[in-house]
Each structure stands twice: as structure tokens, then as C-alpha cells.
Design a protein around this ligand. Structure first.
Ligand SMILES: *Cc1c(COP(=O)(O)O)cnc(C)c1O
Length: 400
């Protein structure tokens, strides 16, 4: 939910239900924390704020050894930091196909002169660790520097098994680093960086971490820092080994984004207060409710859950494929402008062929039910055929 706004049809009372898979609803505690006045750069409270964020993120990431480096940038900034630190132009990375975000990450690496090999994505399915193992075995010259894997691919709505990627890498005997994008999963579903053998994890503020966009981070282990030290490619702003410093002005390569950091600390405090396990359980319940509703809608044939295997479905976002001829962008406009519910469209090859309901971060069951009701109203208003009983099915799933 966010503040009321004036729409095409005039003023709509009440908060808008923001159900995109980022940005997400920002809780009041986070917004209030961000409204505080700025501090001078030598104020010890600023150093404490940064240390609290580093510690809270490390805890949520399940790492006791990696350095957490934060950026005044969105998730793409943290992608770029990772690429330029690990791979010089001409170097090679392997991107595990899981959907449009994995593909966009590969394209980003290519734009920086890095050669990006890909394992094929299987539509609606998690990434395939066996393909990663085969690609690494085929790399007899050991040219691949790192494997890039997206934990929750927000475009396809799948969550992949990152520990299985590490096992596949170890089975191949290849020394490549494992880099995981946890932008859409961290704070929604468990992630254990150290236990799963992840060398670099990449996150951002505006998804399950409940902040506005603009703050991202990487957790980098000693092996990855060494690869970065050995990488001769020129870089300044993103340089991990320069940012690995006790001086806060160096940590951020300039002035720290204090407002965003204050919001992040408040959000991490909310997660700690609720309890990580309770947060993850809440995400599972809400996701089950959304899946049940979409399953009921789908019975009329115009819509379908894109991820057939329930085990591969993300708890953060539900992707819904639409039959050709269904104008789903018009439905999204009606949902937003008439019913005050914002959901996302399809990305990449699925633009116009899919819509996505975000249910991550500061979402409780009644918010999800409200969003589902608003979407159902918009689907009906647009004459899109849907099965009955979706809300009842969603309520039942909340109990399950
Ligand atoms: C949102 C998202 C990104 C991109 O983050 P931005 O902040 O939009 O740059 C990257 N990867 C995944 C998995 C995402 O969900």
C-alpha cells in the first residue's frame, strides 16, 4: 500500500496496493527512519548506522566471513560492481539460465566487454545445475571466472537451488567462483551464503528488504576479493578492494547515502523483530494464497500459472501467462487506475504475454487478499474469462 493518488478517474481514497516484485510497500517505520535529518560525516552515529547495516545484512545472508559492501545504486549497479571486479574485458563468465533477469545480467556483462556463456533457460522451470556442471567440464582451459546464478528470477517467478549449483560446480572440479543474485529472494526465503558455498551475493533495497530503490550491496568472500585484486581491469567507483576500508568515505567512494541506510537499518530491525523464520513462513503462506487464487482463475482457460511445479515457484512473485489475444496491459491499467492495485507486466519475451503479482516484503495476508480482489475486479471489468471461487481458495490456502 502507498499513499492515495489522483488517477485517470480522479481522486481515489485510501492507499494504493503496490504489488509489483519491486518496488514494494515501504513500512511506516522505514519511511520515518528515512525522514531524519542528516549527520556530519564524522558523527560516530553515522559509523554505527553503517556497521548496523553491514551486520544485519551479513546475518540475513548467512555469512560470518564475507565483507558487505554497499552502493548508492540500484541492483544493476551491484551487478556492474561484481562484473568489473571479477572479470576484465575478454574474460569469460557462465550465466545459468533461469529467465529474463539471468539473461539481462549476461547482456550487462557483455556490454562491459566480458564474454557471457549461457546455459539455456527452461521456461517456467528453475535453473538446471546439471547444465552448469556440463558447461564447466567443457571448459578444459578453465577460462570461466565465475558462474552467475539468480536465486529468485523475478521475471519468470522461479526460485533455484543455489546449494545444488555449488555441488554441481564442485563435481566438475572447476575453480570458478559462484555469484548469486539474491535481489528478489533475500528477506523472503532462506539464503545461506557460507553454508551453500557462495563467493559473492548481490542484493538491493526495494524488494523483500522493504526500502525504496537506490541502495544495493554485494557480500564478497576472501576468494572473490583475491580474484578482484588479480584483475588488472581499470575501475574506481566500484573497486571492492578500495571500498574494503574502515573509513566510511572510502566504503562508499564518497558520501554515504544516509537516508537509505537509515531505512535499511529500520527494515532489518523489523525482520529481526518478527523473526527470520516467521518472515519466511509468512511469505510461504501469502504465496500459497496467491497461487490458489490464480489456479482458480485459470480454470476458464485465459490465464495459467507460468511455473507449473509448485516447488519451483517463488514465494516473492507469481507469474501468470495469458492466452494470445488477451490485452493484459489494459487490465493492469484498469487495476491501477480504477481499483488502486498495481501489479507488474511481463518482461523480455513475455512483455504483453504475462502479468506478475508481487507478494514480498511488507505484505500480510489481508493485503494479498485485497490485491487479489482488485485484480479479479479488473479482470472481470476487462471481460477476461476467469474461474470462480478464487478468493475462497486463497483464504483456504492461508490455513494450509
Ligand atoms: C529487481 C531485480 C534486479 C534489478 O534490480 P534494479 O534495482 O532494478 O536494478 C536484478 N535481479 C533480480 C533478480 C531482480 O529481481
Amino acid at each position: 500500500m502507498k499513499d492515495s493518488l489522483t488517477t485517470e478517474r480522479g481522486f481515489l481514497a485510501g492507499p494504493q496496493f503496490l504489488h509489483t516484485p519491486g518496488p514494494t510497500h515501504v513500512p511506516d517505520a522505514v519511511r520515518e527512519a528515512m525522514a531524519r535529518q542528516c549527520m556530519d560525516l564524522s558523527d560516530p552515529r553515522l559509523a554505527t548506522l553503517i556497521a548496523d547495516c553491514e551486520r544485519g545484512l551479513a546475518r540475513l545472508l548467512g555469512t560470518g566471513q564475507a565483507d558487505v559492501l554497499m552502493y548508492a545504486a540500484n541492483g544493476h549497479g551491484a551487478w556492474e560492481a561484481t562484473i568489473v571486479n571479477l572479470a576484465a574485458p575478454g574474460a569469460r563468465v557462465l550465466v545459468a539460465g533461469s529467465g529474463h533477469f539471468a539473461e539481462a545480467w549476461a547482456v550487462h556483462a557483455e556490454a562491459l566487454g566480458v564474454e557471457a556463456l549461457r546455459t539455456p533457460a527452461r521456461p517456467g522451470q528453475a535453473l538446471d545445475p546439471a547444465l552448469v556442471e556440463a558447461a564447466l567440464r567443457a571448459d578444459t582451459e578453465r577460462r570461466i571466472v565465475a558462474v552467475f546464478a539468480v536465486h529468485t528470477d523475478t521475471a519468470s517467478g522461479v526460485t533455484s537451488d543455489i546449494a545444488a549449483v555449488r555441488r554441481a560446480m564442485d563435481a566438475s572440479g572447476h575453480p570458478a567462483l559462484l555469484v548469486a543474485d539474491v535481489i528478489a529472494s533475500l528477506g523472503a526465503t532462506p539464503f545461506r551464503m557460507d553454508e551453500w558455498g557462495v563467493n559473492v551475493a548481490i542484493g538491493a533495497s526495494q524488494k523483500a528488504l522493504m526500502g525504496p530503490p537506490g541502495l544495493s550491496f554485494t557480500a564478497v568472500d576472501a576468494r572473490a576479493l583475491q580474484v578482484a585484486r588479480d584483475n588488472p581491469a581499470p575501475r574506481a567507483y566500484w573497486d571492492w578492494n578500495k571500498r574494503k576500508s574502515d573509513l566510511l568515505y572510502r566504503k562508499f567512494c564518497g558520501t554515504p547515502p544516509q537516508g537509505l541506510l537509515a531505512g535499511l537499518r529500520a527494515a532489518l530491525g523489523l525482520i529481526a523483530a518478527e523473526g527470520e523464520d516467521a518472515v519466511f513462513a509468512r511469505h510461504r503462506r501469502v504465496a500459497a494464497a496467491v497461487h490458489a487464487a490464480v489456479d482458480a482463475w485459470s480454470r476458464a482457460g485465459a490465464l495459467a500459472l507460468f511455473v507449473a511445479d509448485p516447488a519451483a515457484r517463488a514465494v516473492s512473485v507469481t507469474t501468470i501467462a495469458v492466452q494470445p489475444g488477451v490485452d493484459i496491459e489494459a487490465m493492469r491499467t484498469v487495476a491501477r487506475e480504477r481499483f488502486h492495485v498495481a501489479v507488474a507486466g511481463g518482461l523480455g519475451p513475455y512483455a504483453g504475454r504475462m502479468f506478475r503479482i508481487g507478494h514480498l516484503g511488507d505484505v500480510h495476508p489481508a493485503m494479498a487478499l485485497g490485491a487479489l480482489a482488485g485484480v479479479e475486479a479488473a479482470l472481470r471489468a476487462c471481460g477476461i474469462a476467469i474461474g470462480d471461487g478464487a478468493l475462497s481458495r486463497a483464504i483456504e490456502a492461508l490455513d494450509g
